[in-house]
Write a protein that binds this ligand. Sequence first.
Ligand SMILES: Cc1cc2nc3c(=O)[nH]c(=O)nc-3n(C[C@H](O)[C@H](O)[C@H](O)COP(=O)(O)OP(=O)(O)OC[C@H]3O[C@@H](n4cnc5c(N)ncnc54)[C@H](O)[C@@H]3O)c2cc1C
Length: 406
Amino acid sequence: MMKNSLDVSTLIVGAGPVGAMLALALAQAGVKSAIVDTCDPAQVVETTFDGRTLAISHGSHLIFKALGLWEEISAFVEPIKKIHISQANHLGYVHYDEKDSNGFAMGYIIENRHLRRILFKAIFNHPLIQCCIPDEVKSLNRQPFFIEATLEQQEKIKVPLVVAADGRNSITRQQAGLKAHAWSYHQLALVGMLKTEFPHENIAFEHFLPSGPLALLPMQNNLCSFVWSVDRQYGEHLLALSEQEFSAQLQATFGDYLGKFELVSQRWSYPLGGVLVPQLIAERLALIGDAAHVIHPVAGQGLNLGFRDAVTLAEVLVDAARVGMDIGSAQILERYQRWRRFDVLTLTGVTDLLIRSFSNDSKLLGNLRMIGLRLTNRLPVLKQVMTQHAMGLLGEKPRLLQGLPL
Ligand SMILES: Cc1cc2nc3c(=O)[nH]c(=O)nc-3n(C[C@H](O)[C@H](O)[C@H](O)COP(=O)(O)OP(=O)(O)OC[C@H]3O[C@@H](n4cnc5c(N)ncnc54)[C@H](O)[C@@H]3O)c2cc1C
């Protein structure tokens, strides 16, 4: 038997960090939503499920503060106080510290599983969020003034707007017929956790090599997480090594600045690619997070970009709802798309350029990169612009990104 229709304003497909943030931002402003995810939350937060650690930017930390979640999250983060960027076989480096970021931490590292656990708890406990997890959207029936969704568990949901937050292979995006340009970097990101002989002193290291970048990120208890992007074949070889052999290879690649390495976790691997979606909206549909764009993890920005989608969309919808407008109308969705376009395109372009210009061993490009790194290090204005972008603070900022309530 069919259950009753749910009385909500928005249906969010995907309760990853970005979908969950949208639900919470809407709920904070009194807007009800339903959120559907196929996953089993208990499995997602298991230690073995996902080895990713995430760099949360200063801007994203302001959003969490405004949503009242930062206190809980802060118990699991390690702040980044300095960033050191260098390249193999060439001189030149860039060093950022708190002087470049007006005394704020440059970002915070957290294990994905902790972030997801906190977000799941927040959405499950909020009275204005109807969680349909695990469940799946069976069909979306588009009508002129609403969309009717039928869920696998036979729930029917009639809403003016559906939001796709279902990740890089978004079924919701595909079903709406929105084109996506996808490409592969032919790289694997190997991730895991290390114990280092010397303390990390809250420095994040990004070391560019012809085979791809190696990042070492400061974690709690003086551990470091690594994100080592390598071409696929070499990656398979590294995964097959014993723990000691792997640690030795990683050590040889990074150098001895942090002393001896010891691998203290299993290794995970993620194939790397990018996705650019020219249209972030369709009829009564908006895309956010990885459903809207996928970028290389080199700058640790993909999720932060998605959080900015979520809070921008929340602001556009809440402002429209407050003056009685139809939140799924083309006019409202266009406003969201216009607002997000510049940030998405610039970050996609910059990360792609970084990977293509650094992941090769051309002598000429090596020298150009060296000049670029030296110039950046010596030009305070350029450094500050780059820091502001990495902190997620460039451009027109939605209210939550300024730490203000909706
Ligand atoms: C190695 C690596 C390191 C990274 N490091 C960083 C970093 O330091 N900082 C940073 O900002 N970003 C980083 N990223 C990027 C970041 O992980 C992603 O941008 C982020 O996870 C995207 O979040 P999301 O909520 O959009 O999608 P996802 O996290 O993919 O969540 C999508 C959700 O949708 C659900 N779903 C899928 N299909 C359906 C369906 N049909 N119906 C219902 N639900 C569905 C899934 O179960 C999932 O819960 C990294 C990525 C990689 C690979």
